[in-house]
Design a protein around this ligand. Structure first.
Ligand code: ATP
Ligand code: MG
Length: 579
């Protein structure tokens, strides 16, 4: 590829709406262009990076025994009605009608379509296991599309679905995909971590997210400094040390205190001159339509995923103002556990039984109570782990110190069980001729998000620093010949030589000033740059630069092929990659 004929319109300035570095650089380097909110065109350089990610993912899927198919983007509503997700999925599902008025959606994921595809075709245990995947554009009408390719509305995903005859087989398929993901992300050159993830109402411990470690990540990971425990914050267990329960300690009688206009924990604590840890926070939620109260210490955060899982619910949301008023008899900010509507079950964080004599909301306007005893004054449905883990907590697996890091979710593996085969009646005959439901797993990789995360993880002030495996081109040959045709001819000869060696090379044969060419090569982030000038040609050398380390050296022109391959090996090694 010759840059003189290439379509890669660069920008001098960061686009105003771009908040994260990958979005800025992808735009500035002319790799993507926005069509409309969350929807992008891939230009030649961007598409090459995207295709390289897809190729590695495809290879590792095939190696793991999965088979590629391609399913449609447009999906009929009837399938989604079978699983109940037509109602449940919400506004992320883009719905529309055809000319006959039938309902359709753009596929945000393909559990329904794949289950429909195999039901009736997989009839016997002898046909199992099967793993089918595709690399295909998804559409999700995200509430806040942002960060360019990181959270688009239309984006490229690899989604795989496994079918097994029993739970044991499904577990094997799960770990098979888990290993394939590790191989794929390692081969791409990403620094990543698999972390325990919430598997929602389906239950079980079988869900992991693969996180690319980067400051700009939207997710927070709690990981142990000593063992390999790592979990998404919403999933991380908190171990409350076993001490004696103090709920039934004798304390003075419950007493109202006036707290005019003091709604928040901070306001109440300041007003009463107490520490937040002496308060009980009462949070009112609606879980699948029913009101629920949850209690945490004043200095803690409630983890609503834990609450939802404890109750076995699907959908959880804060109760609105009117509901709070109805259940507590007070405006928002004064809820307490002692005189709530008796139909509201109260769940308390495990830690709350280790202290007593609490301050809490009074269930009256501008009122709190003191001397609250959870044993004497309330009916607690259950004490359980309900709070968010904090960085000062200890590892739930080994008890050592933990740390928080930011991550970008690039993959998700999920053991589904029979959720979809049951609702869609996907059965087979087992060894004994008995009908059984297919045991399923689903496995996603954000192919386009990986391009963005690779840049989030690897960039500097000058631009992208692509791993050699997914760079649009692995090498840029930059000719500084200008009017000196001998230099230009030699640069083109070396470029052709690289092509014949099977190296993905680009030739910067444009008439621009050297400074412009260097800046653009850095901006695009070619991992290897070769620069030929008049002086080099005369001395029989070409300058080479490793974009990652910034190291520069020279390669001899007379033994160019061998010298290049050796240098290339070194560059790959700097990425911890094998050629
Ligand atoms: P998130 O929590 O980031 O919204 P998700 O849990 O909805 O992700 P999955 O349904 O598991 O994501 O989809 C599989 C993969 O697709 C994700 O791991 C992620 O890499 C990618 N992905 C999901 N949503 C988007 C999006 N809006 N833009 C780009 N990639 C996405
Ligand atoms: Mg999502």
């Amino acid at each position: 590829m010759k840059l003189s004929q290439y379509y890669a319109p660069t920008l001098k300035e960061d686009p105003a709406e771009a908040e994260v570095v990958s979005h800025k650089l992808l735009m500035r380097a002319g790799m993507i262009r926005k069509l409309t909110s969350g929807i992008y065109n891939y230009l030649p350089l961007g598409l090459r990076a995207l295709n390289k990610v897809a190729a590695i993912v495809r290879e590792e899927m095939n190696r793991a025994g999965a088979m590629e198919i391609l399913m449609p983007t447009v999906q009929p509503a009837d399938l989604w009605r079978e699983t109940g997700r037509w109602d449940y999925y919400g506004k992320e599902l883009l719905r529309f009608n055809d000319r006959h008025g039938r309902d359709y959606c753009l596929g945000p994921t393909h559990e329904e379509v794949i289950t429909d595809l195999v039901r009736g075709e997989i009839r016997s245990y002898k046909q199992l296991p099967v793993n089918l995947y595709q690399i295909q554009n998804k559409f999700r009408d995200e509430i806040r599309p942002r960060f360019g390719l990181m959270r688009g509305r239309e984006f490229l995903m690899k989604d795989a679905y496994s079918f097994d005859k029993d739970d044991e087989g499904a577990e094997k398929s799960y770990w098979n995909m888990f290993e394939a993901y590790k191989k794929a992300f390692s081969r791409i050159g990403l620094r990543f971590k698999p972390v325990q993830a919430d598997s929602g109402a389906i239950g079980g411990d079988f869900s992991h997210e693969f996180m690319v470690l980067a400051e700009t990540g939207e997710d927070t990971i709690a990981s142990c400094k000593s063992c390999d425990f790592a979990a998404n914050l919403e999933k991380a267990k908190v171990i409350t040390p076993e001490t004696t329960c103090r709920c039934d300690d004798e304390i003075p009688a419950l007493e109202d205190i006036a707290t005019p206009g003091k709604h928040t924990v901070e306001e109440v604590c300041e007003f009463l001159g107490v520490e937040p840890r002496k308060l009980v926070k009462t949070l009112l939620y609606i879980v699948d339509g029913n009101p629920v109260a949850a209690l945490v210490r004043g200095d803690r955060e409630l983890n609503d995923v834990k609450l939802r899982n404890l109750i076995g619910g699907n959908e959880i949301d804060f109760a609105d103002e009117a509901t709070v008023k109805k259940l507590t008899g007070a405006p928002v900010g004064f809820a307490g556990p002692h005189s709530l509507d008796k139909d509201v079950p109260i769940y308390a964080d495990a830690e709350l039984c280790h202290d007593t004599d609490w301050i809490a909301g009074g269930n009256k306007a501008d009122t709190h109570v003191k001397h609250l005893s959870l044993g004497r004054d309330c009916t607690i449905e259950k004490f359980a782990d309900l709070r968010m883990i904090e960085e000062t907590d200890l590892c739930p697996e080994c008890g050592q110190a933990i740390e928080f890091t930011k991550g970008i979710e690039v993959g998700h593996v999920f053991k589904l069980g029979t959720k979809y085969s049951e609702s869609m009646d996907a059965k087979f005959l087992d060894e004994n001729g008995k009908e059984k439901l297919l045991a399923m797993g689903c496995y996603g990789i954000g192919v386009s998000r990986i391009v963005a995360s690779a840049i989030e993880q690897n960039h500097d002030d000058n631009g992208c620093i692509f791993p050699p495996t997914i760079a649009p081109y692995e090498v840029a040959v930059i000719s500084l010949g200008g009017k000196d045709q001998a230099v230009n001819d030699k640069a083109e000869e070396l470029y052709n030589q690289l092509i014949s060696l099977g190296v993905d090379a680009a030739l910067d044969d444009r008439k621009d000033r050297p400074g412009v060419k260097f800046a653009e090569a850095d901006l695009v982030g070619y991992p290897m740059q070769l620069v030929l000038g008049g002086k080099g040609l005369k001395n029989g050398v070409i300058e080479c630069k490793n974009r990652k380390t910034g190291e520069k050296s020279e390669l001899p022109l007379d033994t160019f092929a061998e010298a290049f391959q050796q240098w290339r090996k070194q560059v790959w090694a700097d990425w911890n990659l094998k050629m």
